[in-house]
Design a protein around this ligand. Structure first.
Ligand SMILES: Cc1cc2nc3c(=O)[nH]c(=O)nc-3n(C[C@H](O)[C@H](O)[C@H](O)COP(=O)(O)O)c2cc1C
Length: 412
């Protein structure tokens, strides 16, 4: 029997991230939904990001007093209210007017950090000022390095807490479901143009009165008057730097005085390189299955990265997290925090800030309930002894006591 998800518009009646996804699908024109949803090529990695969770099962404890439960923990020297944060998603203004501010405000209200994408439509200073809370900023390493230096200066002056350098995008992934919607770059085909007209609510919210939202944090990089999506896309394509190397990270390390995170690591050797060049944390990530198709999921490599490099830097990860139980599986394997991509973008797309808040609330409640069901009252006590890996390979083979930094309770 096909079971139905919630089919209305009240975000508070969404009970899962899947409910919010279905709502986002109804509110957005097809080309926007495909932009969020799509992975690259055959979407093997996109699927792997979800499938990996069903290969890891919980081993709960029973008859444990779980009346009081704690999911807050320390991350990079500060307390976060939940073991997750909102990761960078570009062009959120296309999903909802001022999407970046709405997401940042939802994160601030929940006591978790927000990572502003470099490809965002609200100036970073405005996001920090209007949302309050803890804002990190994601950057790409553009060919014009002076631009990056200037951006870092702006970020420092605005009070951005951490820079997150994305390193998996030296070359763009091939996202065919996205490409199919256009007859040439940025020109929708007729089917999609008609589809846009069938979404007047979205048009009034996003397009009125100024047209397509423009990029607000690429100022010095784009030629004057070229901050339209079209102008920016051409320039950004030219600015992606395939010659990027660890020396560039070292250069950024020298000029950025606060926390520096590298996003796009997928193995222990690179995690160790990151630690060597003085990076404070890494995000294990395959970019939500949007870059190298066929890449492992971050969860696949998390245990070995924690074992090899966990004592040297903070280990975060993303990809496919849709349930509180997914998040706790990562924490039990030794992750310090999880970044959300699509989960909160679905919430934003379904209903602006209340939608993003609902996504966070759903996950927070699920984390709390799962802790209770696991017989674990404090997230800091969660370790690999609560898990059994059902799939191929033996990623859990080392008992927690032999990991580089011991059980999770020692660090949080
Ligand atoms: C619509 C969309 C836009 C994204 N934009 C960026 C971006 O601007 N910078 C970046 O580093 N990662 C970007 N990502 C990747 C996310 O930060 C994250 O790695 C990925 O979404 C995690 O997978 P999940 O969506 O399954 O949670 C984007 C992802 C999506 C879905």
């Amino acid at each position: 029997m096909k079971r139905r998800l919630y089919s209305g518009r009240d975000v508070n009646r969404a009970h899962s991230i899947d409910d919010l996804r279905a709502m986002a699908r109804r509110r957005l024109p097809n080309f926007c939904f495909e932009y969020i949803e799509g992975g690259s090529e055959d979407e093997t990695t996109l699927r792997r990001n979800r499938d990996v969770f069903s290969e890891i099962a919980f081993l709960p404890r029973t008859l444990v007093n779980v009346e009081q439960r704690n999911q807050s923990r320390m991350l990079l020297g500060q307390r976060i209210a939940s073991p997750f944060m909102i990761g960078p998603t570009g062009y959120s203004g296309l999903m909802f007017r001022e999407g970046d501010v709405k997401l940042a405000s939802a994160a601030a209200a929940a006591g978790i950090p927000f990572v502003l994408s470099n490809v965002s439509t609200i100036a970073l200073e405005d996001v920090v000022r209007r949302a309050g809370g803890r804002v990190w900023m994601q950057v790409y390493m553009y060919r014009t390095r002076e631009f990056l230096a200037k951006l870092a200066e702006r970020a420092k002056a605005a009070g951005i807490e951490a820079l997150v350098v994305t390193t998996d995008s030296a070359v763009f992934g091939k996202r065919e479901w996205d490409l199919r919607n256009y007859i040439k770059p940025l020109m929708l085909d007729w089917r999609n143009k008609f589809d846009v007209l069938r979404h007047p609510g979205w048009m009034a919210n996003v397009l009125w009165p100024g047209g397509m939202p423009r990029f607000a944090n690429l100022g010095d990089l784009l030629p004057p008057g070229q901050n339209s999506v079209k102008g920016a896309t051409i320039t950004l394509g030219q600015q992606l730097d395939p010659s990027l190397s660890w020396d560039d990270i070292r250069w950024l390390r020298d000029l950025w005085p606060h926390k520096l995170i590298v996003k796009g690591v997928l193995g222990a050797a690179d995690a160790l390189r990151a630690a060597e060049v003085g990076v404070d944390g890494i995000v294990l990530s395959n970019h939500g299955g949007r870059q190298l198709d066929g890449a492992v999921s971050a969860m696949d490599v998390l245990p070995e990265v924690v074992d090899e490099a966990g004592g040297k830097l903070s280990v975060m990860l993303d990809g496919g997290f849709r349930r509180g139980s997914d998040i706790l599986k990562a924490v039990a394997l030794g992750a310090d925090a999880v970044l959300l991509g699509r989960a909160t973008t679905y919430g934003l797309s379904a209903g602006g800030q209340p939608g993003a808040e609902r996504a966070i609330q759903i996950l927070k409640t699920e984390v709390d309930r799962t802790l209770g069901l696991l017989g674990c009252s404090d997230i800091s006590a969660l370790d690999r002894s609560y898990l059994r890996w059902l799939g191929q390979g033996v990623p859990l083979s080392r008992p927690p006591a032999q990991t580089a930094r011991g059980p999770a309770s020692a660090v949080s």
